[in-house]
Design a protein around this ligand. Sequence first.
Ligand SMILES: N[C@@H](CCC(=O)N[C@@H](CS)C(=O)NCC(=O)O)C(=O)O
Length: 205
Amino acid sequence: MAPKYELIYFNARGRAEGVRYIFALTGQDYTDSRYTNEEWQKIKNDIPSKQVPALKVDNQYIPQSNAIIRYLGKKFNLIGKTDMDAAIIDSAMGCADDIASGFIAMKFGGLNEEQTKAKAEKMKTEIVPKMLEYFEHALSADGFLTSTKALTIGELSTSLTIEWVQLFLPDFDLSKYPKTVKMLKNVVENPKIAAWIKKRPVTEH
Ligand SMILES: N[C@@H](CCC(=O)N[C@@H](CS)C(=O)NCC(=O)O)C(=O)O
């Protein structure tokens, strides 16, 4: 029997959406628990990591978004076929995490207006281009990370980071990165992901 899955997070895409994408793609049932800040303060001490996202699998908690994604990726066979596939996926997820951490520092790191502007400029001119150049190197011309030409946890995670680029740096020119744009399209136009995007709660980020 499949375990019972509960994803615990806020009412946001944030660091949880990659997990939701996996459940959407695989059609696996789960409980999508979304807490307000106020509710979170009340339950925080019951979650061993005191951080979300956390995935409750039956009675066991897994914290850390990328640990959850890798766990589900292995379970649902979304990590390519070879050890090298898995390593390339891990590299892409690492790059995606570097971009995500930069945006989180920029948006929620308590920076003043001037510091936020400076951080945005650094993201736009240094951090994001460096990562996107790696994606262009790693992706096939049709936008896949592995020769399986199927979506893996690498494309799912990375596509969400590209959406953060669109959200937080709206004038960033993505057209210079055509494989990355294809990869994003492969994910959001996948019928199961597209159906989830259409029905998911509308949130700011
Ligand atoms: N590296 C962690 C970061 C987790 C994290 O920073 N979670 C934030 C929300 S995105 C959180 O739990 N904030 C509430 C709190 O710390 O009380 C991951 O990827 O899961």
